[in-house]
Design a protein around this ligand. Sequence first.
Ligand SMILES: Nc1ncnc2c1ncn2[C@@H]1O[C@H](COP(=O)(O)OP(=O)(O)OP(=O)(O)O)[C@@H](O)[C@H]1O
Ligand SMILES: [Mg+2]
Length: 269
Amino acid sequence: MPERATAPTLLELNNVVKSFGGVTAVDKLTAHVREGSVHGLIGPNGAGKTTVINLITGLFHPTSGSIHFNNVHLENMGPPAIAALGITRTYQNVRLFSGMTALEQVMTGCYLVRGVSLWSSFLSLSSARSQWAKTRDHALHLLDRVGMADRADELAETLSYGEQRRIEIARALGSNPKLLLLDEPTAGMNAQEASAVGRLVHELRAGGLTILMVEHNMGLVTEFCDSCTVINFGRLLAEGDPKTCIADPEVQEAYFGRKNDAERLQALR
Ligand SMILES: Nc1ncnc2c1ncn2[C@@H]1O[C@H](COP(=O)(O)OP(=O)(O)OP(=O)(O)O)[C@@H](O)[C@H]1O
Ligand SMILES: [Mg+2]
């Protein structure tokens, strides 16, 4: 998609390192996500993908290197400040609040922009009530957007895994982010559900959102991502067009190993 290939960079990681004691989870990683694109972040298990998302969202601070979003340095900021800049996420393992309905879960995500302070609730009950009604309408709209409007009043724990993931996406959209980070949004889904998430991601991008998506399903990556970054052992293996990246011999080796033992022995010599 040429217009996306030349769009300005919205998020940039520059030489980012993250060490946990003796483990270097992210190792001098440089990556670029263009505005208005769906960008895949791929790599084998343990490659450092979730750590990258945790660094972008301020859950961890980099050991060294820099992360820029819209020309703002994120490295020393915490999660609330980063969320307020317009970056939200979903989690690899679904994290919904138990005992809350689908609608209530999504409403919690809307309070970042529509927060009703306790004082305003005391001083002006009617304005707090109208804020609540607006938040509810917005949350219902988001549930509709992810195809879950008819499940608004269901407790999240009674919903299927795929439905829970959709609710998480709706909750992350609650604050009208500029950048949405999805950590394995199709994990545990069947092919049909996964494809529906791919289409949803495409629709969200058409609405102007930029998406960084960790995904193991290479079919989805080639179908729905405009570009991708491939990492292994926290290091950059390839960046650019998904089909070209996936065909890269180094990427193939990282995922599938060397073709045969003779080649492996050759490499050891
Ligand atoms: N909080 C932490 N403390 C110590 N080590 C960690 C921590 N978080 C991640 N790691 C290590 O960093 C490396 C990268 O982990 P990470 O979860 O980022 O990989 P991943 O690419 O998301 O893997 P997967 O595909 O299995 O989700 C792993 O070796 C992991 O054990
Ligand atoms: Mg992970």
